[in-house]
Ligand binder design. Sequence first.
Ligand code: NAI
Length: 219
Amino acid sequence: MTKKTIVSMAVVRRLPRYHRYLEELLKNDIKRISSKELSEKMGVTASQIRQDLNNYGGFGQQGYGYNVEELYNTLTRILGLDKSYSTIIIGAGNLGQAIANYTNFERTGFNLKGIFDINPKLFGLKIRDIEIMDVDNLESFLSNNRIDIAILCIPKDNSQIMANRLVKAGVRAIWNFSPIDLDVPNDVILENVHLSDSLLTLSYRLNEDELLKKNNEEK
Ligand code: NAI
């Protein structure tokens, strides 16, 4: 079991998308937008947007719509993007290195402080000035550095043991890329990312017509 949110997760999962759209609008110097326009752009109903935002107090005015900057700033705060976070990556293979090289996370306040691996051949190598360290030094690093988020990019067989180590050392949020359901205490926030879920959804949709046709023929 992981930590529960006060607002439903379905709503929470839509917020980054609202934030992204509003950022685009701001970049294009659009100062206000009607709920109808916003809903058409996002493919979500206007009432859905209203209901989602009502969880955080009322936004938008009848006849005026939304003030883009105000809503963007509020969502920035709600998403915790007005703060910064220290992160570490565990596993400096293909995925870990790709994430370490992606500088955009830093732009949004997620600062990479350390990279750890088990493979001695990688120790001492640097990714964007951050040295890959021996994972044996993880606990001593964590006792000297306050880390908010651990990004887990190791083979699944080692992931639960690693999650236990991280939790024991005081890490309270894990961004897990390993294809495994981790067991963590209630007060630890766990977010799983599985690119393959998205890819399989794509392949399902690619084959949907065929599946439907087959089902109709069988009826
Ligand atoms: P990789 O084999 O290139 O890298 C794994 C790295 O983890 C290696 O450098 C290895 O030495 C290190 N490692 C192994 N055990 C460790 C431990 N206990 N502590 C520290 N480091 C350790 O593999 P790749 O392609 O980078 O994938 C990593 C993980 O991410 C795998 O579990 C893979 O299934 C998963 N993955 C998940 C994706 C997703 O969408 N969630 C997408 C791609 C990979």
